[in-house]
Design a protein around this ligand. Structure first.
Ligand code: AMP
Ligand code: MG
Length: 334
């Protein structure tokens, strides 16, 4: 599930002590690493950060939990509008805005399609094409109406799915708690979406981006002090049938997995943005995705095409990349 792995190298020069905790939230491994002069204080702050993460995962964004806010909203589709929490409102607004900007390549209403493909449960199978066409009738971000802090999903059967943003948002929110508690350095890795602050931008440690076809090798290692990195890849949840890979990032125009790119990494100032942009660029594909992200302020990207070409945005900070390959050998395309 982890889109990228983290490598940490740290030499203890001052008296900062490292404290590390990992937990499963919403089927996602969430890893927190902090450095602090006061280990008891750090432990308390990490507890509070996990409380916040747990609350958001279970009570707000997990639509499989029938008591979550999102499940409630989805159940009321076609019936009635609901007041939503500031957190759900913020993420929905971000998601709808990106859905508009990408003309629906990114779309926060892919839930019906996701349920049909069901990459979570075996036996995996390719849905019948008429089932896909039917599911697509429920996919359209224009069905979401936002009035102040109330949200109404116009079409019964439409399922809002925030899987492309929630992990990044949770990473940001957990990091905020650590910062508010004055933890000196902190990093949150929510299933591969990473947010961090106050790491010295040095060669002593780095964020490793997973190679899309070799799980134990990095595509690159990024030296990053502050900000966020997120990766979307076709290797996270997938199955292979008839020598073709089918994975969880779906093209809302066709109802099938997007197949131009195999990995997209975004660097930006916060993880929610990096998370949703990596999914959006993945669906837009090599040409349109690159153009889109080149024109997006304050974000850099690394794209890998299905042929193995590695593409870097012009503004990427090359010295921060330990190595920058131009191509990967993709022996087979599944
Ligand atoms: P990520 O791993 O961040 O790229 O997010 C993938 C998840 O986003 C999927 O598991 C779905 O929940 C959701 N998703 C899939 N396709 C799309 C899409 N075209 N637009 C928005 N969300 C999507
Ligand atoms: Mg994403």
């Amino acid at each position: 599930m982890a889109g990228i792995a983290i490598r940490f190298y740290y030499q203890q020069k001052n008296r900062l002590e490292r404290y590390n905790r990992t937990k499963l939230l919403m089927d996602t491994v969430v890893d927190v690493k902090v450095y602090s002069r006061d280990s008891q204080h750090a432990e308390k702050a990490v507890n509070l950060a996990f409380e916040r993460g747990e609350f958001l995962a279970e009570n707000v964004f997990d639509y499989d939990n029938e008591n979550s806010e999102l499940a409630h909203l989805n159940r009321n589709a076609g019936k009635t509008g609901k007041r939503v929490s500031p957190e759900l409102l913020e993420v929905l607004e971000m998601g709808v805005e990106l859905s508009e900007k990408t003309n629906g390549a990114f779309d926060v209403t892919t839930g019906a399609l996701k349920k049909l493909w069901n990459f979570e449960e075996k036996p995996f199978r390719i849905p019948a094409s008429d089932s896909i066409q039917n599911a697509l009738r429920y996919v359209n971000y224009n069905f979401i109406k936002i009035y102040g802090d109330s949200v109404f999903i116009e079409k019964k059967g439409t399922i809002v799915d925030l899987g492309a943003i929630a992990k990044g948002y949770i990473a940001d929110e957990m990091l905020k708690i650590l910062n508010e508690h004055h933890v000196e350095k902190a990093l949150v890795n929510a299933g591969g979406e990473v947010a961090l602050y106050n790491f010295t931008n040095s060669r002593q440690w780095g964020v490793a981006v997973q190679h899309p076809r070799k799980p134990d090798e990095p595509l690159t290692i990024i030296d990053l002090g502050n900000g966020a990195v997120a990766t979307s890849g076709d290797y996270e949840r997938f199955f292979v049938k008839n020598e073709k890979r089918y994975h969880h990032i779906l093209n809302p125009k066709t109802g099938y997995p997007a197949d131009s790119l195999i990995s997209v990494t975004i660097l930006s100032e916060n993880a929610a943005l990096a998370d949703m942009l990596s999914t959006a660029v993945f669906v837009l594909g090599e040409k349109e995705g690159l153009e889109f992200i080149e024109n997006y302020e304050n974000c850099q990207a690394i794209l890998v095409s299905h042929t193995g070409k590695v593409i870097y945005t012009e503004d990427i900070n090359r010295p921060n990349l330990r190595f920058a390959l131009d191509s990967l050998s993709i022996e087979e395309n599944f």
